[in-house]
Design a protein around this ligand. Sequence first.
Ligand code: UDP
Ligand code: MG
Length: 329
Amino acid sequence: MSTLTSPHRVTTSATGGPTLSIVIPMFNEEDVLPVLFERLCSVLDSLGESYEIICVNDGSTDGTAQMLAKAHDDNERVKVVNFSRNFGKEIAMTAGLDLASGQAVVPIDADLQDPPELIGAFLEKWREGFDVVYAVRRQRDSDTKMKRWTAARFYRVINTMSGVPIPANSGDFRLMDQRVVRAVVQLREQNRFMKGLFAWVGFRHAEVPYDRPVRAAGKSKFNYWRLWNFAIDGITGFSTVPLRVAGYVGILTALGAIVYGIYLIMRTLIHGVDVPGYASLMVAVLLIGGLQLVVLGVIGEYLGRLYEEARKRPLYIVESSLGFDETSP
Ligand code: UDP
Ligand code: MG
């Protein structure tokens, strides 16, 4: 589409990009898209800054792609990337960050659980000189008790284990200066625990408190199994403590076995051969066998990840895109 004939001509800054890039990963979000664009665009228009909205369609199987094509036709600031299949939210967000040309970039969920109204407050803090401004949930009322409890445990565990503190009660919803984004997109690991990557790059940050609403429409794409896997990704991606713990458990068990062995030898020497002992044998065999499997499993987790990284596959495959010039993918 020609820039000149469009009713929404993009005003670009000296760097060639708009002031603000909004990045939205989307997977089967047709129910929420109309409300999303309406609310997001009205907030962005009221800010009076130039902007682009990068929608990453993460292999949706519903009408998301068609709705995005329509949205791009109506407003050329809406840019669209269609993945060749579902790659997961973290990778979809990465693709959006790769393509974002704004001086400040805001990743946001499609379901309006990240209220776009906060973007104004983000911009203010950014202007004060903070490179990263992230939204922190005041309370987690919109989550179930179970999700709140598991989330709290998860942050406890990951923050004791990993070297970089990951703020609890913050999500991916944040504003990042373009230089922070450039730093984040240099990290090309397959295991993309974005909150960890954001924390790892550092920079000066500020917080904006907010209340997280429930999903505007549609269903959550994350069930407990997916969240569990997400937690394992987070921990293994940012800490090798489990490997060390596995080693310690091994050492302790070996020490226990040595002590018990000495005791058995002494007892045989003093009291002679004593045939019963089935129970203690069984316990020792099962315990040590079980421990070995656990430790092997932990090592396997890391080995598997090493294998994934070693293949050096691209993070995602783009099937088509709308609104980017030829120089971008
Ligand atoms: N999402 C995605 N790919 C996926 C799963 C989710 O791009 O494989 C997007 C989804 O469309 C939404 C965001 O990630 O914009 C957050 O997902 P959701 O609201 O389902 O997660 P929750 O808020 O329940 O954690
Ligand atoms: Mg959600």
